[in-house]
Every structure is written in structure tokens, then in C-alpha cells.
Design a binder for this molecule. Structure first.
Ligand SMILES: C[S@@+](CC[C@H](N)C(=O)[O-])C[C@H]1O[C@@H](n2cnc3c(N)ncnc32)[C@H](O)[C@@H]1O
Length: 219
């Protein structure tokens, strides 16, 4: 897979940090089935995917494949796709119910038109790749009436970061407007430039929002 410079860079970054990433996030990802994002909010509460039983689901940027693993166990027919061979190796190690893993770039999907009922991406390729390429590709491989569900980052991560590598708090414990204090967001530079708008630094958020703890103390 040759790929454009940003795709090559992404693959190198993810190959390089896969082992660290799985060691750090695996304890949560491996034990919280069908849950979205860094706060592991249950899909049962969000209902983004709908009923997946028997459905063909593409996980776009599957990483260690935890979503696909739990979807397979819940009766769906997942396919995990990722750019990073190291992340796919992690998925192979974790896999219990067999499902296909595909090494490919989310900007150029190696699937026929109308192959999937659902595409999901939990901090996956939808935020690292060029949306002008991924969105049309997702539209192409989805069946009529199919569904794309994905999530992206948020500056609130900074406000909830205890700063000691512990899990994110569910409380606002830091000022939102001190981005330099937020170590978790250094990886933001690897996001596709067009997607950084979805994941703005706290300093950009300042333009439109008040600092949360100040807002609450002001009543
Ligand atoms: C933060 S991980 C998310 C994976 C999983 N959902 C999780 O929560 O661990 C991002 C994943 O997206 C993959 N990725 C980045 N760019 C991609 C692209 N262009 N195509 C496919 N996968 C990509 C990375 O290799 C990585 O495994």
C-alpha cells in the first residue's frame, strides 16, 4: 500500500504506537463491550447503530478490533479494516469469534458498492483520513438506507483529564482554556487537517463558549 503522504505518515504513527496504545487503552477497550469513545458510553444508551443483529458492519479504522469482536459476539457480521498492520495484529490476538480483517486505507475501500448495512468508526479512520475521500467511499459501500456512525474528539477531554495517565474523569476538573496543560491532545497533530475542525483545541473553543467552571460559579 503506497498511499498519499498523510496516509503513509498515519500508518507509520499507528504501527509505531500500536503496542503502547493497546497496553494503555486495552484494559478499557477489551472489557467494555459496544461502548463509544474515551468515556466508554454504552451503545445501548446512544443507539447510534440500531439493531445490528445479522447486519454486515464495516468497522473503519478498527484498531485492536474490540468493536468488531463484541459485534461478532452480539450476532452481527463485522469486517474490521485498518491501515496499520500492527493494529490488525492486535485484533488477531484478541479475536474470539472469527471475523474478517482487512489491511487497507479508509480513503480507498477495497469493497464492491452496496456491501454493508452499517459503517462504524470509533475514533477510527473517519478522523485520521480525508473526509472528502472517506465520506464518498462510505456512501458507495453502504446499501441504500444504510447507516454511518462515527465519533470524533472533543476539547472536553482536556477539562476531564486527571493528568496522571488515569482514566478520564466524568467531572470537569481542569479549566478548559489551558490547552498546554492537556497532554492527551498531542496526538491531534496527526488528524487529517480538514478534521481538526471537528476536534478544535481549547483555545479555539474559547471563542464560542465560556469556561465551564467559571460559568457554573457565576450561576
Ligand atoms: C484511535 S484508533 C481507534 C481504533 C479503535 N476504535 C479504538 O478505539 O481503539 C484509530 C485507528 O484508525 C486507524 N486509521 C488511521 N488512519 C486510517 C486510514 N486512513 N484508514 C484506515 N484506518 C486508519 C489507525 O491505524 C488506528 O488503528
Amino acid at each position: 500500500m503506497a498511499g498519499l503522504p498523510h496516509v503513509r505518515r498515519n500508518r507509520e504513527v499507528w504501527d509505531g504506537m500500536s503496542e503502547w496504545y493497546q497496553a494503555k487503552h486495552g484494559p478499557q477497550l477489551n472489557t467494555r463491550p459496544l461502548a463509544w469513545g474515551m468515556w466508554a458510553i454504552p451503545e445501548a444508551e446512544i443507539g447510534a447503530l440500531g439493531d445490528v443483529s445479522g447486519k454486515v458492519v464495516l468497522e473503519l479504522g478498527c484498531g485492536g478490533g474490540q468493536w468488531s469482536m463484541f459485534l461478532a459476539e452480539a450476532g452481527a457480521r463485522p469486517v474490521g479494516l485498518d491501515l496499520s498492520e500492527q493494529q490488525l495484529s492486535a485484533a488477531r490476538r484478541l479475536m474470539r469469534t472469527p471475523y474478517p480483517l482487512v489491511h487497507a486505507d479508509g480513503e480507498q475501500l477495497p469493497f464492491s458498492d452496496a456491501s454493508f448495512d452499517v459503517v462504524l468508526s470509533d475514533h477510527g479512520a473517519m478522523i485520521w483520513a480525508d473526509p472528502y475521500a472517506t465520506v464518498p467511499e462510505v456512501a458507495r459501500v453502504l446499501r441504500p438506507g444504510g447507516r454511518l456512525a462515527f465519533n470524533a474528539g472533543t476539547p472536553w477531554v482536556c477539562a476531564c483529564d486527571p493528568g496522571n495517565d488515569a482514566s478520564l474523569s466524568e467531572r470537569l476538573i481542569n479549566p478548559l482554556l489551558r490547552p498546554s496543560s492537556c497532554r492527551r491532545r498531542r496526538w491531534r497533530r496527526h488528524l487529517h487537517p480538514r478534521l481538526r475542525r471537528l476536534d478544535p483545541p481549547a483555545s479555539v473553543v474559547r471563542a464560542g463558549h465560556r469556561e465551564p467552571h467559571r460559568a457554573s460559579s457565576a450561576g
